[in-house]
Design a protein around this ligand. Structure first.
Ligand code: BEZ
Length: 208
């Protein structure tokens, strides 16, 4: 069964570089950036792990915990982290799940046989504090993910939740937001105190 937006992220318990992790308990009241990798000691993965470690402060500012997964063992992960730190000038502190038996990558449909029968593709699951899946992305093995976009969508999801707004193309924190069509002008008066521009009745933008 496919994991759809709004589904509860399946819970699991598995070894990681930070000891055994029960996903829901470990996530607690945080958002989670859960991302998978084909294998340890591979070049694209090394840059992605390094970038995530370099962005530790940015994830923390968004109350978001990174959680990596690679289909290798804890021992291999620990050796690989030394290389990641060395080559990417970082100090990788977030846990990496050791999914050598593919239990979690199968649960989360991270194995795409068209790419590889055994290694996970580059999946992203953004999970909110109620453990709902709020965003998914799937990249092929050959293309590293865009971490500006990952931070941007976390900002967008959190902004939408807080202000009941929607976010336009290429939105970034501080830009104008959209008043969703489900909110009437009457209700919008009480929610968006800066007023709004009505470009069309269905396209209203405002500043928070
Ligand atoms: C990489 O991370 O560089 C990679 C992994 C598997 C296939 C292709 C590239």
């Amino acid at each position: 069964m496919s994991l759809l937006l709004g589904n509860t992220a399946p819970d699991f318990t598995i070894d990681s570089t930070a000891g055994q992790i029960n996903f829901h308990e470990w996530a607690g009241d945080s958002w989670v950036f859960f991302f998978s990798h084909p294998a340890d000691f591979t070049p694209v993965c090394t840059t992605e792990m390094g970038r995530t470690a370099q962005l530790a402060k940015e994830f923390a500012e968004r109350n978001t915990k990174p959680l990596g997964l690679s289909t290798d063992t804890v021992e291999e992960h620990v050796k690989w982290i030394e290389d990641v730190n060395d080559t990417q000038s970082c100090d990788l502190q977030f846990p990496i799940l050791a999914d050598a038996e593919h239990k979690i990558s199968q649960l989360y449909e991270m194995i795409h046989p068209g790419e590889s029968e055994t290694a996970a593709v580059r999946s992203v699951f953004i999970v909110d504090p109620s453990k709902k899946i709020r965003l998914t992305m799937t990249y092929p093995m050959s293309v590293g993910r865009n971490f500006d976009e990952i931070l941007r969508v976390i900002d967008a999801l959190q902004c939408g939740d807080e202000h009941r707004c929607a976010l336009p193309a290429d939105w970034r924190k501080g830009d104008a937001v959209i008043i969703p069509p489900s909110i009437s002008n009457n209700e919008a008066k009480g929610l968006f105190l800066n007023g709004w521009d009505e470009i069309r009745p269905y396209l209203r933008t405002t500043r928070l």
